[in-house]
Write a protein that binds this ligand. Structure first.
Ligand code: NCD
Length: 324
């Protein structure tokens, strides 16, 4: 794997390979000594142009547990125009011989630009770009579903026939987009549930069903419900009448949660707006995978960095597996 920029172009085999390597990584994470020597001498740069806590520390933990050196570069607030600043920053990282760059950027497509610009030779991992994609989040979500639903027999398997409802602010969500593509590739059946104002206008190319009634969708039976954060920071207009109205119709409140059928798991990428899109009753229940998602995120990111940096990279790299 040369870069990890999106899930849209990830094949089923590539996705399952990442999930299986993540299983191997997870096995090592239950040991007392969690650190592996695998990426000793490699340098991973976390390049974050947008605020992030959990994703940045998750990538940092993943790189450190593989013994890579980690440089955290928080570039938020730079006033230089986006293209120029990205080029300058990239060339600086190239001069420092970064092996992998993990980038989060407010502009959709920034990781792709970085990967294809020729400014750097490092492998690029998209850690969230605008409203476009957040591939490692979707991979950790798929990993979490696979483990909850298939248990010890997860390896090698996809999510064929698994029913997933993705609820809420799909319009602004890169998590939703990455999940839609990956879940479709893995054979899951996805239903988007949201007010029309929080859905993209043209969904004709999306492999999903759409519903405007959350209770109907939940009554139909779902294996997983994925609640999205209302992304107030990306909203410059009124997308719903009031927070109370949103909670009432689209939130996973206490009563709605209590009506969920037997094995349904409750997912949320974090950070949660408790009391808005999700109630504490749902978020803190035994069906909630919120903290498992965080734990699994480290294993999935270890897998991604390992596959990028360990010699299993594409043939367009500058050195091959023999180091030539
Ligand atoms: C997501 C993101 O930043 O896209 N969060 C995350 O990666 N931890 C989702 C969100 O912010 O709602």
């Amino acid at each position: 794997m040369r870069h990890l920029l999106d899930t849209r172009t990830l094949s089923r085999e590539e996705a399952i390979r990442i999930l299986d390597v993540a299983e191997d990584m997870a096995d090592t994470q239950s040991r007392e000594v969690k650190k592996l020597p695998t990426l000793r001498g490699k340098t991973v740069v976390n390049l974050f142009f947008e605020d992030s806590t959990r994703t940045r520390i998750s990538f940092e933990a993943a790189a450190k547990r593989l013994s890579a050196d980690v440089i955290n570069f928080s570039a938020k607030g730079s006033s230089v125009s986006k293209g120029e600043s990205l080029q300058d920053t990239a060339q600086t990282l190239q001069a420092m011989a970064a092996d992998a760059v993990v980038i989060r950027h407010g502009a959709s497509g920034a990781p792709h630009t970085l990967a294809t610009s020729g400014w750097i030779s490092a492998g690029v991992v998209n850690a969230g770009d605008g409203t476009h994609e957040h591939p490692t989040q979707a991979l950790l979500d798929a990993f979490t579903m696979r483990r909850r639903l298939h248990g010890a027999a997860s390896r090698g398997r996809d999510l064929d026939g698994v029913r997933v409802a993705i609820i809420g602010d799909v319009l602004h969500s890169r998590v939703a987009r990455s999940n839609v593509w990956l879940l479709a590739t893995l054979g899951a059946q996805v239903t988007l549930v949201a007010p029309p104002t929080l859905l993209p206008q043209d969904l004709s190319a999306w492999p999903v069903d759409v519903s405007y009634d959350l209770d109907d969708t939940l009554a139909a039976g779902q294996d997983a419900v994925m609640v999205l954060r209302i992304q107030l920071e990306r909203m410059n207009a009124s997308f719903f009448p009031s927070e109370r109205e949103y909670s009432r119709r689209w939130g996973l409140g206490r009563e709605r949660f209590a009506r969920l059928s037997g094995g349904t798991i409750v997912m949320h990428p974090g950070p949660m707006n408790r009391g808005l899109e999700i109630s504490p009753a749902a978020a803190d229940s035994g069906r909630s995978t919120v903290l498992e998602q965080v734990t699994n995120g480290v294993s999935v990111r270890m897998a991604a960095l390992y596959l990028l940096l360990s010699g299993e990279r594409g043939t367009d790299q500058t050195t091959n597996e023999e180091g030539r």
